[in-house]
Design a protein around this ligand. Structure first.
Ligand code: PHE
Length: 450
């Protein structure tokens, strides 16, 4: 790869920036609420450390050895004569598909930052919910505007490249995001009883609440939140600094991602309980409940709301950049595009499809932009979550567990992890990961239903 590599800390920040995204702050608290709290969190944590971590190491290994875009990296490493595994590298395009709705959601966050700065916050939930619904179903132009701004930021950062663009952005946004969330967590501690209730809700496992659907959701979310199956981490790893310890990096990424999800969960529920709201309010949790809660706190509340949405936008943007970079690298390496052309092509593609995605929620156009029972928005979210991500993760695990000659792999990883952990890792990647992913694939596509 021609461009300069990350610094060591820059790589960890960028990979953690990819992992810490809307999934952590927007989705994790509300699905935890929906599926009953502690027991769900436990399954999620087990999946992260027993399964997700192994795939993270696998993606980093393929990227750092292949040293190129995902397709070329698989091709370099594939020992079989016709190199069919390079097609697994087409996972680079999964990210663009995710971006079609991810960018729209980042647009909503920008809209909320703007509202917080210009208007009083709504003071009751029905009004707040109505505002949010109004935005998504009746305001196509303002969604379009903010979706365009989000795209513009992503495109400019990517155009500046790995060091001056991606690393720089993450070195600024990640520490700010962590500081803001830790600050909000500390603030929520003064709620006393509500804070303790939030801790209980998140960490006390009541297994009677754990449905099989909850297990599938927890596993699926654990993969999504670690940025697995999109080639994001693999592509970043191609620009790893020399002699970097990938086990160490993967550990930090999993740790930071988990810590921020848990902090976001605890603080959202602490605020929620303090103002007597119920936990399971669905996707509107962040866009409807949080503004109302902040409105109760006067000027401080406006400041807190601003910081909260700002941190959320940082989380989204750093992930968005990592979702788009794989296709950019692919187009540069395989088709000889200039960086400008590759970035413009990728950005315009997801932006254009994203316009249809946002219109699929808007009244009037929603009837046209449907696939089966699902809006285009829901459809893209579903196929990336339920099919493309587990499928690509499965290919990665099979490739590294069964196809790649094991000597070099073993030598490299044993040096980093020690013999014992390497044994556990290999067992996980060969048996546990394929079974878990196959289970998700069959379950979420509706072939088996638990
Ligand atoms: N991990 C990100 C999140 O939690 C989403 C993401 C998935 C980013 C895959 C990159 C690749 O929101």
């Amino acid at each position: 790869m021609a461009h300069p590599s990350f610094s060591r800390i820059g790589f960890i920040m960028a990979a953690a920036g990819s992992a810490v995204g809307l999934g952590n702050v927007w989705k994790f608290p509300y699905i935890t609420g929906q599926y009953g709290g502690g027991a769900f969190v436990l399954v999620y944590l087990l999946t992260i450390f027993l399964i997700g971590f192994s795939v993270l190491v696998a993606e980093m290994y393929i990227g750092s050895r292949g040293k190129s875009d995902t397709v070329t990296s698989f091709e370099h490493l594939d020992p079989t004569p016709r190199k069919p595994w390079k097609y697994a590298g087409l996972m680079a395009f999964n990210g663009l598909l995710v971006m079609t709705f991810y960018s729209v959601v980042i647009g909503w966050i920008f809209h909320y930052i703007f509202l917080t700065l210009t208007q009083p916050l709504p003071t009751d939930i029905p009004t707040a919910q109505a505002n949010f619904t109004h935005l998504t179903t009746l305001e196509p132009f303002s969604q379009l505007f903010w979706h365009a701004i989000a795209t513009l930021i992503v495109v400019v950062v990517l155009y500046r490249g790995v060091k001056a663009g991606i690393e720089r952005m993450n070195m600024i946004m990640m520490p700010s995001l962590i500081a803001i969330f830790v600050g909000l967590l500390l603030y929520s501690m003064q709620f006393g009883e509500a804070f303790v209730r939030a801790l209980e809700f998140m960490f006390y496992p009541d297994f009677s609440k754990l449905s099989s659907e909850a297990i599938v959701k927890a596993i699926g979310h654990a993969f999504f939140t670690l940025s697995i199956g999109m080639g994001a981490i693999m592509t970043y790893s191609a620009a790893l600094p020399h002699k970097n310890n990938i086990t160490h990096a993967a550990f930090w990424v999993a740790f930071l991602d988990t810590a921020i999800a848990l902090i976001a969960g605890v603080l959202v529920f602490a605020f929620l309980f303090h103002f007597d709201q119920e936990p399971a309010v669905g996707p509107g949790l962040v866009f409807a409940s949080m503004p109302v809660i902040f409105s109760q706190l006067g000027y401080i509340g406006t400041l807190l709301a601003l910081l909260f949405f700002l941190a959320l936008s940082f989380a989204g943007l750093t992930s968005a950049v990592s979702l788009t970079e794989p296709s950019v690298e692919y187009l540069i390496n395989r088709f000889g595009f200039s960086r400008l052309k590759a970035v413009a092509w990728s950005g315009l593609t997801y932006f254009g499809v994203g316009v249809l995605v946002l219109l699929s929620l808007v009244e009037g156009t929603d009837a046209w932009l449907k696939i089966g029972e699902r809006s285009l928005f829901g459809f893209f979210e579903h196929i990336t979550d339920a099919i493309l991500l587990p499928f690509s993760g499965l290919l990665t695990a099979l490739f590294i567990g069964y196809i790649l000659p094991k000597n070099a792999l073993r030598e490299h990883l044993e040096k980093e992890m020690g013999t014992k952990l390497y044994g556990v890792w290999r067992f996980s990647i060969r048996y546990i990961v394929p079974v878990a992913l196959l289970f998700m694939l069959l379950n979420l596509t509706g072939i088996i239903v638990v």
